[in-house]
Design a protein around this ligand. Structure first.
Ligand code: ADP
Ligand code: MG
Length: 269
């Protein structure tokens, strides 16, 4: 049994405080849905959990089985068992998914020979066109293909906890069901703990949340069971969406950042 614990997490970007005290307590096998209006800080939370450059943690703690994640570089957090499925998965020209996952296996002391077989099996499981596996990671893939791609990586890497930032966006109904079922299966097969960031309960009909949290203006303002997600679907965020930031829905871009400075940024965005 593993535990991802986020306590009083505060963080700022470009001198502005975006996360203003976030608490989450996720155990193996649990699904925690994080919902909230555009601009409430959901992607920022995912980036801060994995250590994206440019985000300054100003308070609080993140631990995995008691180990301080905030003190580690991103790759060490990944090796400790954290996985991020990005809202806008980046293109990595020149590197195939197989090569990337083989490196990750080797770095973690796991047998990389099994990677091609695992990748093929997982691609079939989420309906990801196997011919696309030969391509450079995410290059010229549609939004939906990228999300399936993230799911394949997750399934092959078998992390302890996955932070999935709008894994449902861009997926058609069939792909959405396949992805949601794959992640749900991982919660029982390998005891994966999930932080599922989403706007929509359609993801949550297959990936059933144990807990639902509403993020508003950088804080968890309400927590409940799966019924809270249903309530949000019915009534929207009106009760919490007051005074959101002016720049609603815009994907944060920082033109001119190189992949070396910020490996989370899509260089072609
Ligand atoms: P959500 O994912 O909930 O829609 P985000 O976490 O993407 O929200 O954004 C929260 C707020 O932080 C927004 O006002 C956004 O413009 C701002 N923000 C996020 N990342 C950056 C950044 N790199 N530079 C400047 N502002 C940012
Ligand atoms: Mg977002």
């Amino acid at each position: 049994m593993h535990r991802l614990l986020v306590e009083g997490l505060r963080a700022e970007v470009a001198g502005r405080e975006i996360l203003r005290g976030v608490d989450l307590d996720v155990r193996s096998g649990e699904v925690h849905a994080v919902m909230g209006p555009n601009g409430s800080g959901k992607s920022t939370l995912s980036h801060v959990l994995l250590g994206r450059p440019g985000y300054t943690v100003t308070g609080g703690q993140v631990t995995l089985d008691g180990e301080d994640m905030l003190a580690l570089p991103t790759w060490r957090r990944a090796q400790a068992g954290l996985f991020l499925g990005m809202q806008y998965p980046i293109e990595v020209p020149g590197v195939s998914m197989g090569a990337m996952l083989s490196e990750a296996f080797a770095a973690g002391g796991r047998a990389a020979e099994r990677v091609p077989e695992l990748v093929g099996a997982e691609a079939r499981r989420v309906g990801f066109d196997e011919r696309l596996l030969e391509r450079a990671l995410n290059v010229d893939l549609s939004g939906g293909e990228r999300k399936r791609n993230e799911t394949v990586q997750l399934a092959v890497l078998q992390p302890k906890f996955a932070v999935l930032d709008e894994i449902d966006s861009g997926l058609d109904v069939d792909a959405l069901r396949a992805v949601a079922r794959r992640v749900e299966a991982a919660t029982t097969e390998i005891g994966l703990g999930v932080v599922a960031i989403t706007h929509y309960t359609r993801l949550l009909t297959e990936l059933r949340p144990d807990r639902t949290h509403v993020l508003s203006r950088g804080r968890v303002v309400a927590s409940g069971g799966p019924e809270l997600a249903d309530e949000l679907e019915r009534n929207g965020y009106a009760a919490w969406a007051l005074e959101e930031d002016e720049d609603k829905g815009s994907a944060p871009t920082r033109a001119g950042t190189s992949p070396e400075q910020d490996p989370f940024a899509d260089p072609l965005a």
